[in-house]
Design a protein around this ligand. Structure first.
Ligand code: AMP
Length: 395
């Protein structure tokens, strides 16, 4: 069956058309600058990449163009061939613990969490409504970034702040990248043929989070109320002392929202190195001896190592550690820097095995106390698999 996996942003729409259960990507693409004068869309199919410049006033027009293009390019012969559309939804609050069939009622319930993800949820919902309009008879499924983390216990998800912050205002840890961590857990559990694994899953890309999983259930995760918390990232600070905001507000006159924007967009690798949020640029500058690039890399690796050590303790000893996303899959330098900083856990990197990018592989020695695997993530596939499952149940 053919399933569309979709990620709608406020002015963009990314899609992957996947054949299941074969897991083959048939076509993929991106609609950009929706609502602006210079919008365009790119479709990749059969090794070719076709870009069309065309005004896309809103998401419904983009979806209509997408379906027309899929038919005109003979990728599908009719609308009915698409048996489901799976949508990446960022925030399902504590209510949505798994993927759901989307109806108007469900969209209303999801929109209650717009305050918690103001940049993402309204855009995700807009994307769903556009597909509902163009494909009214096709199953639409919502797959939440937060859902996998809803197994966290209160002692893990609560912040030690006045309890009414949680009761009245929903202030708690939600966690993100859940679809990726769930895919990684599924892949490593299948590979090692065990469903009782204690996994420390490290998603290290431009955004980054570490998740402690026991027998398929999240025990704790490093992102928090928002994706700003946890490890240092490309442009996000990760954990900092909350008092810095008031202090910097007094010192600079910048508002809390301006400062929060700087913590989200001007911090992390970019903030410390002053060079780039892209780990390739920082790596190159560090190789050239730039002291701030070296500092940024060391801080980045250390903060990830600290979370791994903490979660190893929480899990009372992990069975396996996994590395994924842009940096985890591709940067052998950063992988080595991280693993060198968890040698106290008995982790030993095998540098020869570590010399590759973008594949599922073991990178530790045979006598490493905890094996470490690189596992490429595939959130689009996970979204499509959930959609297929609900489509089959719904038949
Ligand atoms: P993601 O958010 O998962 O797409 O990851 C983006 C991050 O992955 C960026 O910081 C990239 O610099 C990093 N990345 C991608 N390819 C490489 C590579 N070959 N070496 C080092 N970092 C890489």
């Amino acid at each position: 069956m053919k399933i569309l996996s979709v990620n709608a942003g406020s002015s963009s729409l990314k899609f992957t058309l996947i054949e299941l259960p074969a897991k083959d990507v048939i076509a993929s693409g991106l609609f950009e600058k929706i609502g602006l004068n210079d919008s365009c869309y790119t479709i990749k199919y059969n090794g070719e990449k076709i870009t069309t410049n065309e005004i896309l006033p809103d998401h419904s027009v983009a979806v209509r163009k997408l379906i027309d293009a899929l038919i005109n390019m003979h990728i599908i012969s009719s609308l009915e061939e698409i048996e489901g559309v799976g949508h990446r939804m960022v925030h399902g609050g504590q209510e949505f613990s798994k993927s759901v069939i989307l109806t108007e009622d469900v969209l209303e319930r999801i929109s209650k969490y717009n305050d918690l993800a103001p940049l993402h949820n309204p855009a995700n919902i807009m994307g769903v409504r556009a597909f509902m309009k163009v494909l009214p008879n096709t199953l639409q499924v919502g797959v939440f970034d937060t859902a996998f983390h809803t197994t966290m216990a209160e002692k893990e998800f609560l912040y030690p702040v006045p309890y009414e912050w949680y009761e009245k205002y929903n202030v708690r840890k939600y966690g993100f990248h859940g679809t990726s961590h769930r895919y990684i857990n599924k892949t490593i559990s299948e590979l090692l043929n065990r469903n009782d694994l204690k996994v420390i899953s490290c998603h290290i890309g431009n955004g980054g989070s570490i998740t402690a999983i026991d027998s398929g259930k999240v025990v704790d995760t490093s992102m928090g109320f928002t994706p700003l918390a946890g490890i240092m990232m490309g442009t996000r600070s990760g954990d900092i002392d909350a008092s810095i905001l008031e202090y910097m507000n007094n010192k600079t006159g910048k508002s809390v929202s301006e400062l929060t924007n700087e913590l989200n967009k001007k911090s992390g690798l970019l903030g410390v190195s002053g060079i780039s949020s892209d780990s390739r640029d920082v790596e190159q500058a560090a190789l050239n001896g730039n002291p701030r690039a070296i500092l940024a890399q060391e801080m980045y690796a250390q903060k990830i190592a600290n979370y791994i050590a903490m979660y190893n303790n929480l899990l009372n000893g992990a069975d396996v550690i996994t590395l994924t996303a842009g940096v985890g899959e591709n940067s052998k330098t950063m992988r080595k820097m991280i693993l060198d900083r968890i040698s106290s856990l008995g982790v030993k990197i095998d540098e020869e095995k570590n010399d590759f990018r973008g594949e599922l592989r073991l990178i530790t020695t045979d006598d490493s106390k905890i094996p470490v695997y690189v596992v490429p993530t595939d959130e689009e596939l996970m979204i499509a698999l959930d959609t297929m499952e609900l489509a089959l149940k719904n038949e």
